[in-house]
Design a protein around this ligand. Structure first.
Ligand code: SAM
Length: 333
């Protein structure tokens, strides 16, 4: 168990998930420099500082998270131990290079939305709280209302299938187009439930899949995760630790695959394909088995249910992608 020297506020708005396991995976040596790529309510950052990190760079693409962050950990900001930056984690190597902080000793990513984002109706992430159809983490770019009211039915169906794994994506997309214009989350939830024949008291609300899909699409979350892993590969020193927490199988698959490939764990040749082409030398090693929350954590925080932690250690091989991420040139945050 860690014992943070910086107390977790009594009314913490977001309960950090797999916190002890993440800190253990980061194996922090006092004085080290770490990146918390998804600052949120600062749960991981406080634990990193509590475990002796000399310096933490906290990133979040949500301006609210950064604005609140300064008051969550004021001492660390005053002493220069914590720097908060409103930025996407796919840009972390640029942020670190600009401050002369490359390479770093550890990086944590806690993928997805925070409880603050979910619980504030006006952010439009939740189908159980009526609010404007927004769902933009960075509060800029295309909103959910703009997407749903203008996209082709086929495009909406593709998003629902790809990012929500919605088996009846076409039916839901058709119902959305027929109900346009949509402006509120409650309206969208009602349209989806009607299209899928939802009955009160049914175990899981079918609107879950649609909301997840639209959110992932608008915030380009899977692309960000891929680019973020590459940026982490460029940012870690040899021996540096990576810890990534995901919340659903689409995300976990990306992390699993990245670490498998980057650690050289590719199938050796078969009779039919005798020689698998040799890739560059592995950039990660000691890829650990995925860790899920304990029963005790789930009892305290049911939202942690589908969380998975994957950790690995950077080797001294050069990063596979030396070029800056393609997203560096994009306007979106
Ligand atoms: C699950 S919360 C993190 C909670 C945090 N670990 C804590 O203990 O308070 C995810 C946070 O990551 C942010 N986020 C999501 N994708 C991001 C990205 N690509 N770059 C930077 N921040 C991102 C969200 O805005 C949100 O605040």
């Amino acid at each position: 168990m860690i014992s943070p020297t910086l107390p977790i506020p009594a009314q913490d708005p977001h309960v950090p998930v797999l916190l002890n396991e993440v800190v253990e995976g980061l194996a922090i040596v006092p004085g080290e420099t770490l990146v918390d790529g998804t600052f949120g309510a600062g749960g991981y950052t406080r634990a990193m500082l509590g475990a002796g990190a000399g310096r933490v760079i906290g990133l979040d693409r949500d301006p609210d998270a950064i604005a609140r962050g300064a008051s969550l950990v004021p001492d660390a900001i005053d002493t220069g131990r914590l720097t908060l930056v409103e930025e996407r984690f796919s840009q972390m190597d640029r942020v670190l290079a600009d401050r002369g902080l490359l390479p770093v000793d550890g990086i944590a990513l806690d993928i997805g939305v925070s409880s603050m984002q979910l619980d504030q109706a006006e952010r439009g992430f939740s189908f159980s709280k009526d609010g404007p159809l927004d769902m933009r983490m960075s509060q800029s770019g295309e909103s959910a209302a703009e997407f749903l009211n203008h996209a082709d039915e086929a495009d909406i169906a593709r998003v629902l299938k790809e990012y929500g794994e919605e088996p009846r994506a076409r039916a839901v997309a058709r119902a959305i187009v027929a109900a346009r214009p949509l402006t509120r989350t409650a309206e969208l939830a009602a349209v989806v439930r009607k299209a899928l024949g939802y009955r009160q008291g049914q175990k899981s609300d079918p609107a879950t899949r649609t909301f997840q899909a639209i959110r992932i699409h608008l915030n380009a979350e899977l692309d960000e995760l891929e680019q973020g892993l590459r940026a982490a590969e460029r940012s870690l020193r040899p021996g540096g630790r990576l810890a990534v927490v995901t919340f659903h199988s689409l995300e976990d698959r990306i992390v699993k695959r990245f670490l498998k490939i980057r650690s050289g764990d590719v199938p050796s040749g078969s009779r039919h394909r005798p020689m698998a082409a040799a890739g560059p030398p592995p950039t990660f090693e000691q890829v650990a088995k995925p860790v899920s929350p304990s029963e005790a954590e789930l009892a305290r925080n049911p939202r942690a249910r589908s969380a998975r932690l994957r950790t690995a250690i950077r080797t001294d091989a050069p990063a596979w992608d030396q070029e800056k991420t393609a997203s560096a040139g994009r306007a979106r945050r």
